[in-house]
Design a protein around this ligand. Structure first.
Ligand code: GLY
Length: 367
């Protein structure tokens, strides 16, 4: 690491109030050297590289780690001059329809009553228009409904029964979004909730494995921000929200400024993770504003992680003072520089900059 970079890192922590006495904080390089070598990925998965955030203009597509195929799809469409929002939506549709992703769309984990409730939002850079749906039941592609809210209403957010009626009016058909896999996980959660009811937890190997998954309380989600070659942005966030939530709970994903925010003159940002923490700090709006004032995408994402950490209620802090949840941010600026950051180490993002779709590492506050 260069001396200059060390100095700027110290300055960042000093200015952000993180200097001294907080030994477990770590900051990845805001701009790693180009040509960084990939580290080995899991068998069959692409290698994960340190961030190589660069300035090259569009097209660029960034997504949460579950969006490797999504950024590939979005990039291919942008290279055929498809609008960046349409490209982004087509990308996340792959994950919305994937039964194996238990945090988004079909196959998403249900609310506490076993019903899948979906949230999504979209934002179109060139027109600064946006649309969103929340607590939408029975519709596999909430991101497409969110785009119709943007295009075919004078509103921004439709929820619950109203959102469903709107989707039906536009020809969407309802289907059961609860897969057997998601139902089994929900059932194990329900069976182990209390020893004061009449549900008897299964105790086979499957139950043990599911119990581990149940403990995590998924807040997966997918976000995708896309910048095309003409310098226009589109962004989308779509999720089944917090696993086993109270029916009607809405997280950050469909809230403009929280789950995503795009300003065509500046950049775009989206989020995954514990929505309540993001909502209380309106982080994606803040990331775009910080980029407007000169921060790199990675610095801006890391800065909102610090805000979340500072504002976390003590009941959500571990004994060592770290938040007991994670939130992650992904951003691109107008120059095509990109970056991601999370509260805790170990989060990747998916990126395509016209070369190859790959994973890179998010910066982080806590080891
Ligand atoms: N970030 C997704 C949620 O909290 O619902």
């Amino acid at each position: 690491m260069s001396r200059d970079l060390r100095c700027s890192r110290r300055a960042f922590f000093r200015e952000s109030g993180l200097a001294g006495g907080v030994a477990w904080l770590a900051l990845r390089e805001p701009r790693a050297v180009s040509g960084a070598q990939p580290t080995a990925g899991p068998k069959g998965a692409p290698a994960v590289r340190p961030s190589t955030a660069r300035a090259a203009g569009g097209p660029v597509a960034i997504s949460s780690a579950n969006g490797l195929a999504a950024v590939e799809k979005a990039m291919g469409l942008m290279q055929q001059s498809v609008d960046p929002l349409d490209a982004a939506i087509a990308g996340v549709n792959l994950v919305e329809e994937d039964p194996n992703d238990t945090s988004v769309g079909y196959g998403g984990l249900p609310n506490e009553e076993g019903v899948v409730e979906l949230d999504a939002a979209v934002m179109h850079g060139p027109t600064h228009r946006c649309g969103a749906v929340a607590s939408l039941r029975g519709i596999k592609y909430p991101s497409r409904v969110a785009k119709l809210v943007m295009e075919r209403t004078d509103h921004i957010l439709l929820v619950g029964e109203g959102a469903l009626r709107f989707a039906r009016a536009h020809g969407f058909t309802e289907e059961n979004l609860l897969t057997d896999k998601a139902r089994e996980i929900w059932l194990r959660w329900k069976e182990t909730l209390s020893d004061k009811d009449d549900w008897l937890p299964a105790d086979d190997e499957v139950a043990q494995a599911l119990r581990e998954q149940v403990k995590k309380r998924d807040t997966g989600t997918i976000h995708l921000s896309a910048l095309d070659a003409a310098g226009n942005f589109g962004s989308v966030t779509t999720t089944s929200g917090l696993a086993f939530k109270i029916p009607g709970r809405v997280g950050d994903s469909p809230i403009i400024g929280a789950g995503l925010y795009t300003d065509n003159e500046v950049g775009s940002c989206g989020s995954t993770g514990r929505g309540e923490a993001n909502l209380a700090n309106l982080c994606c709006y803040q990331v775009v504003e910080s980029m407007r004032h000169g921060m790199s995408p990675q610095e801006a994402c890391l800065d909102v992680c610090r805000r979340i950490a500072e504002h976390t209620h003590e009941k959500r802090l571990l004994k060592d003072g770290k938040p007991d949840f994670n939130v992650s941010f992904y951003a691109i600026n107008k120059a095509g520089q990109y970056g991601g950051a999370a509260l805790h180490k170990g989060v990747n993002f998916a990126i395509h900059d016209g070369t190859v779709a790959r994973h890179e590492q998010c910066a982080f506050l806590f080891e």
